[in-house]
Write a protein that binds this ligand. Structure first.
Ligand SMILES: [Zn+2]
Length: 146
């Protein structure tokens, strides 16, 4: 499995070609945000590997979310906070049982995680999709050469 550094490196190598095909017309801040989000998406699929950087990061975020939402629920009896805590816990359990290079390395998950970005902007979607899809392609080529 290529490391997250290789995925990020390849993302930035091919990025100028993508920006040539889809010229950017938004603000510079949104462009920088979209490029960084795309870089995150370029190593996000390895969330299905227990020792990956993204998995460790997501585990910390989920732990804090569960702790915070349960605290809010106990203090204010907010069912909204309880719901967020339960969804975070279920997602945590799901991650413990997910197969490497299974769902998260599929075209379906690429679309599923990229499509919400269209609500930010069309270009953010393009860069997120590109980052995620490039990861899947690189992993596929890597697995065929091993
Ligand atoms: Zn991967």
């Amino acid at each position: 499995m290529p490391s997250y550094r290789i995925h990020i490196f390849l993302y930035f190598i091919f990025l100028p070609f993508l920006l040539k095909i889809f010229p950017y017309e938004g603000s510079v801040k949104l462009l920088v945000f979209s490029i960084l989000l795309g870089a995150f998406y370029s190593f996000f699929p390895d969330i299905d590997t227990s020792n990956s950087k993204v998995r460790k990061f997501v585990n910390i975020v989920l732990f804090i979310t569960i702790l915070f939402s349960m605290s809010v629920y106990l203090l204010e009896h907010s069912t909204y906070a309880l719901g967020i805590g339960i969804v975070s816990f279920v997602f945590y359990l799901f991650l413990q049982n997910v197969r490497h290079r299974g769902f998260f390395h599929s075209f379906l998950s690429c679309l599923l995680f990229s499509c919400p970005l269209i609500f930010i902007s069309y270009q953010t979607f393009i860069l997120g999709f590109y980052g995620y899809f490039l990861h899947i392609i690189v992993d596929y080529i890597y697995s065929k050469t091993k």
